[in-house]
Design a protein around this ligand. Structure first.
Ligand code: TMP
Ligand code: MG
Ligand code: ZN
Length: 198
């Protein structure tokens, strides 16, 4: 029997906005760097809120990253060499091919750390996140603080011109404090949410 512990697994960091997902991703990346192991950080090009070629948390923590417009670019950047770890922030924005790429890297011995929103502003699963959450060996679900009542917040409220966004609004709208608040289930409002979707 081979009792040797092998490297290679998937870690997901999920939760609402302002829950500290990027902060936690940066913390894991820094620990890997302190251990003098190689980690390469990617983020989707779509997220240009704070900085390009850097992952930046809401509390201004930062680490270098490579902006990619599609998941296949990860292989181009690795160029046949496998680092100890690959970290991806804002993974909810990536297309579905990221799922196989994460599985493939983990199978090949890479520690894969991904962070993303588990739910969109409608309170429904966001893109590839359900798949990644199901496939991951390790899941960390973080909560924020509800900006209305102070309870633990598991959802993200989108606000447009001072009013809750409508269910029919587009899923993708890059932004921060001007458009989004952390809310608990009970304070989260989606205008015109179809009853069947509740
Ligand atoms: P954050 O999780 O690092 O705070 O960033 C989440 C990003 O996702 C931010 O740019 C806003 C965006 N977003 C959407 O595009 N659609 C949504 O439904 C939600 C909740 C956030
Ligand atoms: Mg973030
Ligand atoms: Zn609340």
């Amino acid at each position: 029997m081979d009792l040797q512990v092998k490297d290679g697994w998937i870690e997901v960091i999920s939760g609402s906005m302002y829950a500290g997902k990027t902060e936690e991703l940066i913390r894991r990346v820094k620990r890997i760097e302190y251990a003098r192991k190689e980690v390469i950080v990617f983020k989707p090009l779509i997220d240009n809120r704070y900085s390009s070629n850097e992952v930046v948390s809401h509390d201004n923590g930062r680490t270098k990253s490579i902006d990619i417009s599609n998941p296949e670019e990860i292989y181009q950047h690795l160029n046949g060499r496998l680092p100890y770890a690959v970290a991806i922030d804002e993974v909810q924005f990536m297309s579905s091919s990221i799922i196989d790429i994460c599985e493939d890297l983990a199978d090949c011995g890479v520690r894969v750390i991904v962070a993303g929103l588990d739910k969109n502003f409608r309170g429904e699963p966001f893109g590839v996140m359900p798949d990644l959450l199901a496939r991951a060996e390790y899941v960390t679900k973080l909560d924020a603080i509800c900006q209305v009542c102070g309870a633990p917040a598991t959802r993200t409220q989108r606000i447009i011109n001072g009013k809750p966004a409508r269910y029919s609004d587009p899923i993708i709208l890059v932004g921060a404090k001007e458009q989004y608040e952390a809310r608990c289930r009970h304070c989260h409002v989606v205008l015109d949410k179809p009853h069947a979707k509740r």
